[in-house]
Design a protein around this ligand. Structure first.
Ligand code: ADP
Length: 581
């Protein structure tokens, strides 16, 4: 019988006879169940033992692998740290306020005179003495509290410069250790110093060149002016045809030379940083119109169209440098005409955001190939040498335009395609003059251009032109000249109505207009004189200056006749004719 069953029977069935009846069979079954349980327990125990041994073996293997891996990595990092050119240093703060190095690796340490084995696991107080120790303790402390992030240092004696980065390690917000990694920057510093010296030298040389050019061109300009002046005086004397021809040649060569000298003077002034802008109220549309007018004869000669467009919103007056703006425009317009044999040249003006006045000069000329565009704005550069032969020039114009537009708060850009034409656009900062139009002061204009109205004369004026730009330009010329009473009409019929209803002293009358042309309108205005006492002074305006047209204009009742585009000084002269016939 199973000993456990025996013990149970003894304990619980002391006084029961278990040899009779069903007991033996029952007990045999229970006994068999006990044995079966024993066998199963033994089996489970054996199995558990086997599995546990296997697990232990696997665990040992994993641990060994991990240890090997860790050893390999440690070795690898250790070698990397040791062989690196820089330095990795870790330190912690000791309760007495000194610092202990927990790690020191890298060649920089050795080269600075501190072999790593003399640093690692040693206190700062053991390695250094005196003021150097106190200085380094202050630096370590600043790194510890996170006040020092980077430090540039080195040794003059050893010729070494380095850059160190401090990185505090924290646990629960408390610094436990600081890692310092440093790289040597000796070569970098040497290169930087050499570059800085080279730059200073180059700048000094450049300034010297610009100064030299500025002085030379100034010195040459003075005698050049007298050469030109006396040449023109010489032309007024009695000369043979041959002499006259020679004098003309001297004069035009002299003027060409003066232009080059002026360009050289300009570029050297700009490059020496001596460009001074003189900002004043400028009427952009009038200024641009004057330049277009000036260029008209050249485009007429070449048989190309000259267009001028003003976008809505361009202010009457802006603050900018008149002479410099004029110089850029003349340069770009001059180039556009020079490099265009057929088609057109146009000038567009726009006023954009941030008070920027922008001009666009578009031509249908020879264009510029992509490789030429890159050096276009460099001084003395021309697109190719054959261009130089065909067209002449110094290659300074665009360089000057670029620097001027930048100095005036804007910039210049170009788009172009060889054979198709070019478009140069530039901007200048030009805040609108908001107070009442500032009339020119006496002396602002050269004497022959002056047409300021007499103080006691305040005539009523009427500008008649179908083209809005022309109306605007003439209106501005008059306003700036001090004429306050200016009205406008778009055609002859409107002009006649205006004169009938309003006292009008001077009429600027375009000749070609829709609805009613200028000559018809002049005749009608003269006819009005029979019923009213209106006898305005009529000044005809037309691009057409054939003698018979002028005669017909005068016969129609006009008092004077100006060719378009009108010039400031001609307007003044014509008005003066009225007051002093
Ligand atoms: P310059 O005209 O005195 O030689 P610029 O600096 O004004 O000097 O122009 C430099 C060069 O750029 C010109 O020689 C020409 O090759 C090219 N260029 C300038 N404007 C134009 C244009 N509108 N069309 C074609 N080429 C141009």
């Amino acid at each position: 019988m199973h000993p456990l069953l025996k013990r149970q029977l003894k304990k619980t069935l002391k006084n029961v006879a278990v040899d009779d009846g069903p007991w033996p069979e029952f007990l045999a079954t229970v006994n068999a169940a006990y044995k079966q349980a024993d066998q199963e327990r033994e089996f489970v125990e054996r199995t558990l033992n086997v599995v546990s041994e296997e697990l232990t073996a696997a665990n040992d293997q994993i641990r060994r692998d991990a240890e090997n891996q860790l050893a390999r990595l440690t070795d690898y990092y250790s070698r990397t740290l040791d062989t690196q050119k820089g330095l990795v240093l870790c330190y912690r703060r000791l309760p007495d306020g000194d610092f202990e190095h927990t790690l020191c690796r890298g060649q920089l340490s050795q080269r600075m005179g501190y072999p790593p084995e003399r640093v690692e696991h040693h206190r700062l107080g053991k390695i250094l003495r005196g003021p150097l120790l106190r200085r380094m303790q202050r630096i370590y402390q600043a790194g510890w509290v996170g006040k020092l992030k980077t430090l540039e240092g080195g040794s003059k004696r050893r010729g070494i410069r380095f850059l160190a980065v401090f990185h505090p390690l924290k646990e629960n917000g408390v610094t436990t250790e600081v890692i310092v990694s440093a790289v040597e920057i000796t070569d970098l510093k040497d290169t930087e110093r050499a570059l800085r010296q080279a730059k200073a030298k180059a700048e000094a040389a450049d300034r010297a060149k610009s100064d030299f050019l500025a002085v030379m061109s100034h010195e040459i300009r003075t005698p050049m002016n007298s050469v030109i002046g006396f040449t023109s005086l010489l032309r007024t004397t009695e000369l043979t045809a041959e002499q006259e021809h020679f004098v003309k040649m001297i004069e035009s060569s002299g003027e060409g030379l003066l232009e080059i000298i002026n360009d050289v003077l300009d570029i050297s002034k700009i490059e020496a940083g001596r460009l001074e802008l003189s900002v004043e109220p400028v009427e952009p549309v009038v200024l641009a119109h004057e330049i277009v007018a000036m260029m008209q004869s050249r485009t007429d000669e070449k048989g190309i169209k000259l267009r001028f467009n003003v976008a809505p919103g361009v202010p009457d007056q802006v603050n900018t440098d008149r002479a410099r703006l004029r110089q850029i425009l003349i340069n770009l317009m001059g180039n556009a005409i020079k490099f265009t044999a057929e088609g057109s040249v146009s000038l567009d003006i726009e006023y954009g955001a941030a008070n920027m006045l922008s001009f666009k000069v578009t031509d249908t000329g020879i264009g510029i190939p992509p490789e030429g565009i890159e050096r276009l704005f460099k001084p003395f550069s021309q697109v190719d040498s054959s261009t130089t032969r065909n067209f002449g020039g110094t290659g300074l114009g665009l360089a000057i335009c670029k620097r001027l537009s930048e100095a005036m708060g804007g910039g210049i850009e170009v788009t172009s395609e060889a054979g198709q034409g070019s478009c140069f656009s530039f901007t200048v900062s030009a805040p609108e003059v908001t107070e009442a139009l500032a009339p020119l002061a006496e002396g602002d204009l050269p004497p022959d251009a002056q047409f300021l109205k007499d103080t006691d004369d305040n005539p009523s004026l009427l500008v008649v032109d179908d083209n809005p730009i022309n109306r605007k330009v003439l209106g501005m010329i008059l306003k700036v000249g001090g004429y306050g009473k200016v009205d406008f009409a778009e055609n002859g019929a409107q002009a006649v109505n205006h004169v009938r209803d309003h006292a009008t002293d001077i009429v600027f009358m375009d000749v070609e207009m829709p609805v009613m042309d200028g000559m018809t309108a002049s005749r009608e205005i003269r006819a009005l004189a029979r019923t009213t006492d209106q006898m305005p002074w009529i000044i005809g305006l037309s691009a057409n200056v054939w003698r018979d047209t002028v005669e017909r204009a005068l016969a129609s009742g006009m008092n004077d006749y100006l060719s378009k585009p009108v010039k400031r000084e001609d307007v003044g002269a014509s008005i003066r004719k009225r007051s002093r016939p």
